[in-house]
Write a protein that binds this ligand. Structure first.
Ligand code: ZN
Length: 161
């Protein structure tokens, strides 16, 4: 079966940056399972997989505009330290989730000064060109329920109570 609208796709993948460093990989774990055509994965990767068959391997290079977008320096903000519940425990490199105007977002602490915390709300991979090595391990038809929910059920997918 080939990948197209209304298919559920399982892939193993390794993601590298321009420097060739591995950023993420499914090696040694379960494959990534997603509903094709529903925006469950980044557009550049989804588009490259369209029409491919189970068993295929491919290399995909995805520019930032087809991945996590360009960096937005307006998302780097200085917050007074006293607005943190436990200011003395805040350190550079920490990540925490807050409710932003468009839903939950993750902030990375870039720097802590005596009075302020500098946080970066950009997606971790914003501004980066992504290099994927992909192996397609399974392609199946999506169920009506999966299509109505917009995500995969069962192994590798959502589990509802
Ligand atoms: Zn569901």
């Amino acid at each position: 079966m080939n990948i197209g609208a209304e298919t559920v796709v399982s892939i193993h993948y390794t993601l590298k940056n321009d420097a060739g460093e591995v950023l993420d990989s499914s090696d040694g774990g379960e494959p990534l399972v997603y509903l094709h055509g529903s925006g469950n994965i980044i557009p550049g990767l989804e588009n490259a997989l369209t029409g491919k068959a189970s068993g295929a391997t491919l290399k995909v290079t995805v520019p930032p505009d087809q991945a996590y977008g360009q960096r937005n320096e307006n998302l780097v903000q200085r917050i007074p330290k006293n607005q943190f519940p436990d200011p003395n425990k805040v350190e550079a490199g920490m990540r925490f989730q807050v409710n932003g105007p468009h839903g939950p977002m993750v902030l990375l602490v870039q720097e802590v000064t005596p009075t302020e915390v500098v946080v970066d709300g950009n997606p971790e991979l914003a501004g980066q060109t992504l290099h994927f090595d992909v192996q397609i391990t399974d392609v199946r038809k999506a169920t009506a329920e999966e299509l109505s929910h917009g995500h995969v059920h069962g192994p590798g997918g959502h589990h509802h109570d």
